[in-house]
Structures are given as C-alpha cells and as structure tokens.
Design a protein around this ligand. Sequence first.
Ligand code: ZN
Length: 343
Amino acid sequence: MLWSDTMYFGSVRFFRHLLLGITGLIIFTLAALTIIFGVMLNTEKNKAIEASAKYTEIVKGDNLNIPKDFQLNDIMAVLKDKGYTTEDIIEMLAESDTKAAGEVFRRQFYNSDNANIAYTELYPNLYAVPPTEFTEKEKTIYLTFDDGPSANTLLVLSILEKYDIKATFFVSGSTTEEGKSIMRQIVEKGHTIGIHSYSHDYEEIYVSVEAFLEDLNNTYNIVYEATGVKPDVIRFAGGSINNYNRLIYKQLIAEVTRRGFVYYDWNVSGEDASPKATWTSIYNHVLDGIKDHSRAIILLHDSADKERTVLVLEDLIQELQKQGYSFDKITNDVTPTTFGYKS
Ligand code: ZN
C-alpha cells in the first residue's frame, strides 16, 4: 500500500490529476467571482432603476411636489463612488423610462408651476435681436469684468475713463440701490452691460434648463429695470461648458441662441478669481495669455473682493497699449470666443 502510494505521488498520473485539479479550482473560482460580482453590480443597477422609476412616477403623477427627502443626486453620487460613469447612470435611468434620459435629468429637481411647460415657452420677454453678421477686429482686446457690480466697479470705471477705453461688464444683477446706480454708470459711460448670473450658484442654475432660464430672466429684468437697456450678450457662470452643466450645456447654448442672445467665453484669463491671485500673477497671466492671440477676450472680475484686479489694471492697460493693442467693448456683432461647442 505504502509502496503503491509512493508510486502514485511521483507518477505521471499524479501530475495529470494535480494539473486537472488546479485547473478545475481556477475555473470554479473565476466562475464564482463572476457570479458574485454580477449579482453585486446588478443589485446596484436595480437600485438605480428602481430609484429612477420611483422618480418618474412622482414626476408623471398629478402631484408634482417632489418629496424633499427624495434625492436622486444622492443615489447618483453613490453610484459614481462605485465607479459608474455618468453615461452608465444615464443608461440605467433610460432603461426604466421610455422618455429620453436627458428629460429625467432635466426635471430632476425642478419643482414648480412651470414643470409641465416646455422651457421654450417660458419668459416670453426674454428675447434679444440677434446680429445679422459677426465682425472680427485684429489686434484688439476686449476687457470683460464678471460678478459686479460692487464698489470696485466704480474704480474700474474711472481707470477705463482715464485711458478712454470701453469694456464689457457681465453683471450679477444687484437689487440694491447702490448696485443699480453702478449699473447705470456702466451704461452712461458707454460700456456694454451683459448678463452673467443672479445667484451664481452652479448647483442651482445648472440643474435644469428651466432653472438656468429662471436665473437668466432674473438678471435680465434687474438690468433692464435699472438701466433701460435690454442686454443681448451673455457670459455663462463658469463659462459655457463647465463641470456643472456638462449634461445640459448643449441645450443651454441652443436655447439662449434661439432666443437671440450671443454668449462669450474668453481666451485669456487673469485668473484673478483664484484665492492665490496676486498683483504679479494677474499681470503675468494676462501678458502670457495674450502672446497666443492677436484678438483677445480677457476674463477679469470686479466683485467686492477683487481689489488686486483694480490695482493691476492700469499697468496692464499701459503695457498692452505699448504692445500695440487697441481696446473695445463687446457688442453682439463681435465674433464670439467660445469654448468650442457650435450649436
Ligand atoms: Zn462669475
């Protein structure tokens, strides 16, 4: 017996059995893992589908008061943590909804009387007269100031006046008397007043096209009431394509364009909104950025905490004039600089 065992352990048969055994074990383990992960993934997917179905049921139902505790975003955040891409989640949502997944997203948190109205029908006064054609001037700089008005706007205005330069102010739409008076001064001094964002809260305005239009309409009305000017140029908060609007930016661009507005991004930034911004950093960002462009739309800010921008402005103007640039304001027939998406 002992002799025969010894024979078996060293034999060709033994190694053949050993090999078969190991192969079998590997196959079994792989199969088991596949089943376990498959079930886990499916559970996640089912949860999302369930959530989406529940959401759709609520939205489609008579009662449009979406419960505050139902946060589809939370479920999405969990799925993203688990490695699902936005595209995966859209697909999951689409599976439980015959409507386009985009529609589900669009209506995600939108809860108002307007929920059943197409956004194209909203705000019948929120229209502008589009230009017949665009013009392009070489060796020209368009200074743009976002997030005002503030006391700094007045300082910027006096510097621009000293150099007889016209610029563009994309305002946030202040409701205070002082803010309205500053908006009037922008217009009286011959500059362009454009719309930026009323709340400037990315998570709020980019949750849906409706939410964006509501914010745009607020700013539009404030500017119009304060200045008598119907603004026709727009700067999206965070730029036309950003991390908050990537699911709806095409619709946003198409909708503002359909309404006759022209939107402008920038090709040079002073990076003055960065908390680390210094006189030197703003100066260098603009002058380095300008090297690549003969025509530049420069992003700067005139909000209350941007003293550095005010301090560096005069030196920047002098240097850019020395380099042979002339300055102009944006009007809606100036060829837009955009981040690339053509509607
Ligand atoms: Zn801004």
